[in-house]
Design a protein around this ligand. Structure first.
Ligand SMILES: *[C@@H]1O[C@H](CO)[C@@H](O)[C@H](O)[C@H]1NC(C)=O
Ligand SMILES: *[C@@H]1O[C@H](CO)[C@@H](O)[C@H](O)[C@H]1NC(C)=O
Ligand SMILES: *[C@@H]1O[C@H](CO)[C@@H](O)[C@H](O)[C@H]1NC(C)=O
Ligand SMILES: *[C@@H]1O[C@H](CO)[C@@H](O)[C@H](O)[C@H]1NC(C)=O
Ligand SMILES: *[C@@H]1O[C@H](CO)[C@@H](O)[C@H](O)[C@H]1NC(C)=O
Ligand SMILES: *[C@@H]1O[C@H](CO)[C@@H](O)[C@H](O)[C@H]1NC(C)=O
Ligand SMILES: *[C@@H]1O[C@H](CO)[C@@H](O)[C@H](O)[C@H]1NC(C)=O
Length: 659
């Protein structure tokens, strides 16, 4: 670090020792900074987080949300559950059907409250990916009856306030799907009539196309507060700028959270403003808290995918986030003096308008900051010396705090968010010697902190022996620990008229195909355990409710998430019509064995499935029913339970014993 090396420097030409940049607020300020956020959902990305024991769960939440500690996020965006597969699982709707209303399902309410507890100023956003089947009234489309859909979404906003005292600040339309101008206007009107005039609309969580619509439709223009785009690759379009709306990258990053992912994130956070004038960036996803073998494993700001061990990993994107979030708050403004560095990289400067200044500089090289989508063309970054001249309100500053990150991909000796000696400013100038793959924050804000807890427990696989009788008297969550719903919703159920022993069960509660976003299976399924499991015995009490319904237990389920429709494994089904079937696939086409079982609806049965090497065996109510079904593929996968269609069914006394 060399400070004040060129006390009388003028913009340099010819023999350049340093490149020269001005930071000045006298030429007017740039756009308002709206904050950095994380996205829980789209879908079920925080599924495993809720089952961490204390103190680990609170520690993780502190790394995400606590001000001046870790990522210190300004925004939490959540999925409005739609009973449907939305990438890594399904999240339950607050209205499974028209007459149903329940604001205690899933974990997003809890997460929002935990975030708010830590940062009362955090901005909350809700966005639907999918909708329960009754939305659309049989048309499988949320815009057929705009009022029904708008009332549904607004009821979620009202419920957030009424049951959890949460103020939702923004609501979206339909994640990465067509927007509908009429629906947006009806949504605005429905919000207003409910007295929710302060709830803003973000549209359309897709590409920039809505900009054109806003320019020609004044009613639509009035209804929309923020243009939200996904994966903009740091650039915007002319039409978006012409709208004069706030522009947000309302979903971005989606990259594995190693150092290359962190480099991607550093570049995005600066350049979304420098290139694209976007004033907020939201990471998909918030935290990788889902089974790693689901879609996009490890794509969060940090990783917490082992509630059974308590192990979690504070990954480098947390500290990249801290470089901005701990030193600038929503409501600050960008300076007009932001841009690219002469030899690659970028700088942004922000002010609170009261004399505080924060400058964030990144020099990520192309190879070490590659985002998954969209991939950016190669570019080069070289070591350089940058001299900054402070003008306007900042001209008299004499010292700036300094925080530093360096990714060293050869030695792997990274420096992450380290506080270094303050920079002395001489006559309004300071210089930084910048190497490649670095991030600097220089700031007047002194409250930065690199939060730290003792190391969490060591990583450990899911227990080989696992039992749940679902007898949770007052469950904190509607879902049983570790069960990750992939189609349908499996929730605690209490049948008070049951004489026992099946008063407390787990019930599949979605009885109609949802208005999907991704690819729900035609069956429902919830997976649990360890994807590397091979040989095991699994037993479960099951209760078919529908006359022509059916239920399965399964082992070696090899895929879920977005490819749940193609899941292979060993599926042992029994049906209400007195038959059974063993199939190699969830679709039920690749039959390994079948026959009569005598199973009926409205009666509890016990299914036992054993898979050993290339063979599977099945028992019903403790007696052998079928044996020696040949299973050549897959060799490993999760355990699972599920139903033959979107139908009610119950499960009890789930036991798995893996070798
Ligand atoms: C919340 O915002 C207000 C107004 O900007 C500020 O005074 C207060 O310190 C903030 N609180 C926290 C916990 O950041
Ligand atoms: C929904 O569909 C039913 C049956 O098709 C119809 O009777 C009803 O009027 C529809 N509801 C609305 C709001 O259009
Ligand atoms: C639907 O919403 C519009 C706009 O808010 C309203 O004017 C209309 O009366 C509503 N129609 C019904 C059937 O609720
Ligand atoms: C900067 O912000 C802090 C609070 O974060 C405040 O106390 C201080 O007065 C502000 N202004 C300057 C020039 O530091
Ligand atoms: C860096 O990226 C460029 C373009 O993607 C590629 O051609 C080159 O081989 C990469 N270099 C290294 C060292 O990975
Ligand atoms: C509840 O238990 C009663 C008595 O066993 C039974 O008749 C009824 O079908 C059960 N209801 C459900 C939804 O399981
Ligand atoms: C029993 O029900 C299942 C599921 O509906 C169906 O696939 C099967 O063909 C039926 N078997 C008989 C014998 O009716």
């Amino acid at each position: 670090m060399i400070s004040g090396r060129f006390p009388l420097l003028v913009p340099c030409f010819c023999v350049c020792l340093a490149d020269f940049y001005i930071l000045d607020d006298r030429i007017g300020l740039g756009r308002r900074f709206d904050g950095i956020g994380g996205l829980s959902g789209g879908g079920a990305t925080s599924r495993l987080l809720v089952n961490y024991e204390e103190p680990y769960r609170s520690q993780i939440l502190d790394y995400l949300f606590k001000p001046s500690f870790g990522a210190s996020l300004h925004i939490l965006k959540v999925e409005i559950g739609g009973d449907s597969q939305t990438t890594d699982g399904t999240e339950p709707s607050h209205m499974h059907n028209e007459k149903d209303e329940n604001f205690f399902r899933g974990y997003e309410w809890w997460l929002m409250k935990e975030a708010k507890k830590r940062n009362p100023n955090i901005t909350l956003i809700g966005l639907p990916w999918a909708f329960p089947g009754w939305i659309g009234n049989g048309t499988n489309w949320p815009y057929t009856f705009p009022n029904i859909t708008a009332n549904y979404v607004v009821s979620w906003v009202i419920g957030a306030k009424q049951y959890h005292n949460l103020d939702i600040e923004y609501i979206g339309i339909w994640n990465e799907r067509d927007f509908n101008a009429k629906y947006i206007r009806v949504l605005r009107d429905t919000l207003d009539r409910a007295g929710l005039v302060d709830v803003g609309i973000i549209a359309a969580d897709g590409n920039w196309d809505i900009s054109n619509a806003l320019l020609v439709d004044p009613y639509l223009n009035d209804a929309v507060d923020v243009i939200g785009v996904h994966y903009p690759g740091t650039t915007t379009v002319k039409e978006a700028l012409l709208t004069e709306k706030r522009l947000w990258s309302s979903e971005d990053y989606s990259t594995f959270n190693n150092d290359i992912g962190a480099g991607c994130w550093a570049r995005i956070l600066n350049q979304n403003y420098v290139n694209g004038r976007m004033t907020s960036t939201i990471s998909w996803n918030l935290i990788a808290s889902y089974y790693e073998d689901l879609s996009f494993g490890g794509d969060g700001l940090m990783t917490a995918e082992e509630p059974w061990s308590g192990n979690y990993v504070v990954e480098s994107p947390i500290w990249i986030t801290a470089h901005t979030t701990q030193f600038a708050q929503p409501g600050w403004s960008y300076l007009n003096t932001v841009g690219h560095l002469a030899r690659g990289g970028s700088y942004v400067a922000l002010t609170d308008g009261k004399g505080n200044l924060t400058v964030v500089i990144e020099t990520m090289s192309h190879n070490h900051s590659q985002c998954i989508r969209p991939p950016l063309p190669p570019y080069s970054v070289s070591p350089q010396t940058a001299t900054f001249q402070l003008k306007g309100s900042f001209a008299a500053l004499t010292e700036l705090q300094q925080w530093y990150t360096k990714f060293d991909f050869e030695t792997k000796k990274d420096v992450l968010f380290k506080k270094t000696d303050p920079i002395k400013i001489q006559n309004g100038y300071f210089s930084l010697t910048l190497d490649v793959d670095e991030v600097y924050t220089v700031t007047t804000i002194a409250s930065g902190q690199k939060g730290l807890y003792p190391d969490p427990p060591k990583s450990a696989p899911f227990p080989k022996k696992y039992f749940d009788d679902f007898d949770a008297r007052n469950p904190p969550f509607s879902e049983a620990p570790y069960f990750a719903d992939q189609t349908g919703v499996f929730e605690y159920f209490r049948n008070l008229t049951d004489p026992g022993p099946h008063i407390f069960t787990l019930r599949q509660a979605v009885s109609q195909r949802p208005v999907s976003w991704s690819y729900d299976a035609d069956q429902t399924i919830s997976v649990v355990g360890d994807h590397s499991w091979q040989d095991l015995t699994l037993s479960c009490d099951i209760y078919i409710e529908a006359a022509n319904g059916g239920v399965f237990v399964a082992a070696r389920v090899n895929q879920a998430g977005e490819s749940v429709r193609n899941a292979m494994g060993v599926f042992y089904w029994v049906f209400g019509n007195g038959t059974y079937k063993v199939t190699n696939d969830i679709g039920g086409q690749k039959v390994l064995a079948e026959g009569l079982s005598g199973t009926r609806p409205g009666v509890w049965h016990t299914l036992t499935l054993t898979v050993k090497g290339d063979f599977a065996f099945g028992m019903l109510n403790g007696y052998p029913l079928w044996k020696n079904a040949v299973v050549l593929q897959p060799k490993n996968g999760w355990a699972a339970i599920g139903t033959h269609s979107f139908e009610f069914a119950q499960f009890d006394n789930f036991l798995v014993d893996a070798d």
